[in-house]
Design a protein. Structure first.
Length: 146
């Protein structure tokens, strides 16, 4: 009984994909795509019963991804530097208190179209409903207001 070495590619590819998924995309999904190239190469070898073709296919797909596909994937995954996220976009903005905001009692403020949980920054507040506030910072999902 001979061993089909194409299974080695399938196994190695599956391990690469699993590592990337378990570690939350730490490598920018490179391991998923290279692992996929290994798996596809292994499948080609298993279907054709030619391990040499399997390794050649995996190598060609891996090199093609590194040479061409990697740049395209990185551009798609990149966060635009000119566009503020929802948290960055509220810093410095003014809002209106919806529910009283005190030092030890979080309240609610409306900034733009969103309602946020809020606490006053040290030395500020309390703020009663209807008062104008300015967002000084963000701590998790809570705005720090003054």
């Amino acid at each position: 009984m001979s061993v089909d070495w194409s299974w080695l590619l399938v196994f190695a590819g599956a391990v690469l994909v699993l590592v990337e998924v378990l570690l939350g995309g730490f490598a920018g999904f490179d391991l998923v795509l290279i692992g996929s190239a290994f798996i596809l190469g292994g499948v080609v070898g298993l279907v054709t019963h030619k391990p040499g073709l399997a390794y050649t296919t995996a190598a060609v797909l891996g090199v093609a991804y590194m040479a061409v596909g990697r740049r395209m994937v990185r551009e798609r995954l990149a966060v635009s530097r000119g566009h503020a996220t929802n948290i960055d976009a509220v810093l410095g903005k003014q809002g209106v208190v919806q529910k009283r905001v005190g030092a030890h009692e979080p309240g609610m403020v409306k900034v733009g179209d969103e309602v946020w949980r809020a606490l006053p920054v040290s030395g500020a507040g309390p703020f009663e409903a209807g008062a104008l506030i300015t967002v000084a910072g963000v701590d998790g999902v809570t705005l720090q207001v003054r």
